[in-house]
Write a protein that binds this ligand. Structure first.
Ligand code: HEC
Length: 201
């Protein structure tokens, strides 16, 4: 008899303690409306490293986000300043730029792959200007590489490697730049493949 009363008291105690903790946890967030309340494992929210927008006394200007030192280039960055995003830059690229890669099956296969991923939604897998964005979304003004004309003069079939490279890098009118998605070397593979499509191959 005595034993079971004790056990009951113990259960009641555990139950009351549980209620008290649950109550405290629920209402602790109510003091301050902006508080997120009890936070479990705070360290998981705050990284050990500085956030880019955090003050930082290790630098003279007190900021974490620093500009790269003058006259430095990011690893793998290729300068393209001599052919700016102008008509003159486009024409100059068209005359002087030569594809540095050999035309072979490996480069062409990779060029086709990149073309199918990045360009065919508009230009179509055959380069006929009939990609699914054109057919389904009625995106207009995509010229066929074999029969179309360039808005910058001349026929698409006569576009030189440098002009295609310039177009991939900067885009033109409704076509955006692909410089951030496709590396300079990969751009030349795409150029190689586009030149095949121009010939209808
Ligand atoms: C969002 C749709 C879209 C995508 C994606 C796209 N293009 Fe275009 N492209 C266009 C349009 C539209 C034009 C015609 C722009 C104009 O001259 O007004 C064009 C024009 C061109 C031209 C002709 C440029 C000239 O000098 O007249 C080339 C070459 C070309 N694209 C290659 C590519 C390649 C290569 C890719 C993939 C890396 C690509 N495009 C991705 C829409 C696209």
């Amino acid at each position: 008899m005595k034993g079971s009363t004790l056990a009951m008291n113990k259960n009641k105690f555990v139950y009351t303690a549980f209620l008290a903790i649950a109550f405290a946890a629920t209402f602790s967030a109510c003091k301050d409306k902006r508080s997120t309340g009890l936070e479990y494992a705070r360290n998981m929210y705050d990284p050990i490293a500085y956030n880019p927008d955090q003050p930082n006394k290790n630098f003279k200007d007190g900021k974490t986000a620093q500009l790269p030192p003058a006259h430095t280039k990011p690893v793998g960055f290729t300068e393209y300043d001599e052919y700016p995003n102008t008509t003159e830059g486009y024409e100059a690229a068209g005359v002087s730029m030569v594809n540095p890669l050999p035309v072979d099956t490996v480069n062409l296969a990779q060029g086709k792959h990149l073309f199918d991923v990045f360009c065919s939604p508009c230009h179509g897998e055959k380069g006929d200007g009939q990609g699914h964005l054109v057919k389904i979304e009625k995106f207009s003004g995509v010229p066929a590489y074999q029969t179309g004309a360039s808005s910058r003069g001349g026929n698409m079939v006569d576009l030189t490697a440098g002009k295609i490279y310039h177009t991939i890098t900067y885009g033109v009118n409704n076509m955006g730049s692909h410089a951030s998605q496709i590396s300079p070397t990969d751009r030349w593979k795409v150029v190689m493949y586009v030149q095949q499509l121009q010939k209808g191959q």
